[in-house]
Design a protein around this ligand. Structure first.
Ligand SMILES: [Mg+2]
Length: 409
């Protein structure tokens, strides 16, 4: 069997780069995309090359970043645009293969084994087309498996291509620290270090039985990865890795003192979740609510829904019911996060059963219309009547980052 040809393409500084396309004045400047810039506690989600050179790191708190780099331009995230650009990049990939597996918003694996073109040629075309057509850059790794392709895309950036072959992987991959490898997180890295394993080469040359003893199945998997034995497949374009949950949370600048206030926030949060579920063609079989009180203790509960839903009202009602029956309100509330869980794909439009009342039908049409209005005029063009005139919404409220839930698949 001949080798596979796998590409891993990673858009460089994706959020910050899209911001520069949207606003060219930002080009050549130190830019950081931060959640909730009104608050001192916004977190750096992405940074431009210059900001990176100034020492700005993802995850840094905005005020620290500003201290480090006084000329830093901080912009809020525009997720709608990131999704659009992500799709446009994927359209370029689709010129070469239909086996495209997204990993987050800015990375994809491509299987180009069946293409008549050489993998390096394809990588070169993609790199050029993304730059010329979208004014973004990607770094691409080319290899015979997914793990090495991903490693390779990290080796040279921005706007670069790296190839890892059967012939050169020992020389290129083995000197790297284990933590460079996907699925080797901090806990695993620590365990490996505790048995004297620092590099991927050391890992590769260990007896897999030792790893099995120390790290279980995961250890054996990493040993296989290190030896170039990863055989996992690139998913087909039509397959989207199921999102595990879609969540949205908010930290308020003032405490929520009453059930009524909390209810309004829950309805506002659920509205976004409903829209997201419909966009992704998913529905929720359960709802999770987490509550952080003003001493920053977090508690959470979840329940299963009687009928799976993508309707924000169902989700909001459930989340509010959870709050009512679980939160004892000994302390006032600072943050709320509503998450739609146990998601399933909606293969077909929801079938209306004989027992569905016309009211249900109307609600579906209304929901779809609301989505369209949001798309045309922005998210805040329409809000449920329940949250109008509320002083704490939306002015005094800042978005809390619920990144993974928002990553579209
Ligand atoms: Mg990236």
């Amino acid at each position: 069997m001949s080798d596979r040809a796998i590409l891993h393409s990673d858009a460089n500084g994706f959020y910050a780069s899209v911001e520069m396309v949207l606003n060219p004045e930002l080009r050549g400047k130190a830019v950081a995309v931060c959640g909730s810039i009104k608050e001192r506690h916004g977190i750096v989600l992405a940074k431009s090359e210059l900001a990176k050179k100034a020492g700005i790191k993802t995850g840094m708190v905005a005020w620290q970043a500003r201290q480090l780099c006084p000329e830093l331009i901080v912009v809020p995230p525009h997720y709608d645009y990131y999704v659009k650009f992500s799709k446009m990049i994927q359209k370029i990939y689709a010129r070469y293969t239909d086996e495209i597996e997204p990993f987050g918003m800015d990375e994809c694996w491509l299987d180009v084994t069946r293409s008549p073109m050489k993998p390096m040629e394809i990588a070169e075309c993609i790199r050029r087309e993304v730059r010329e057509e979208l004014a973004l850059t990607v770094s691409i790794g080319v290899s015979f498996n997914k793990v090495f392709a991903k490693l390779a895309s990290d080796m040279k950036k921005p706007d670069a291509i790296t190839e890892i072959t059967r012939e050169n992987f020992k020389e290129k991959v083995w000197p790297l620290p284990c933590s460079d490898m996907i699925y080797c997180g901090r806990a695993t890295t620590n365990k490996l270090e505790s048995i004297g394993v620092q590099t991927i080469g050391q890992l590769a040359n260990l007896n897999p039985d030792v790893l099995k003893h120390k790290l279980g199945k995961n250890g054996v998997m990493l040993w296989q990865f290190a030896n170039g034995l990863d055989t996992s497949r690139v998913a087909h374009e039509s397959y989207s890795a199921p999102a595990k949950s879609v969540g949205h949370g908010i930290t308020c600048t003032e405490d929520l003192n009453t059930l009524d206030e909390a209810q309004k926030i829950i309805y506002a949060l659920s509205q976004d979740i409903g829209a997201k579920l419909r966009q992704m063609g998913l529905r929720a079989k359960g709802v999770h609510l987490s509550v952080r009180d003003n001493e920053l203790h977090t508690v959470g509960w979840q329940t299963l829904l009687k009928t799976p839903t993508q309707d924000e009202l169902d989700i909001a009602n459930e989340a509010f019911a959870i709050l009512l029956s679980n939160y004892r309100w000994e302390k006032n509330v600072r943050s709320l996060t509503v998450t739609a869980i146990n998601l399933e794909k909606v293969e077909e439009p929801i079938q209306l059963s004989l027992f569905d009342t016309p009211a249900n039908e109307k609600r579906e049409i209304l929901t779809r219309t609301i989505d369209e209005i949001h798309e045309l005029y922005g998210k805040h063009s329409l809000v449920p009547a329940l949250i109008l005139d509320e002083k704490k919404m939306p002015r005094g409220v800042c978005d809390e980052l619920v990144m993974p839930g928002w990553m579209y698949v």
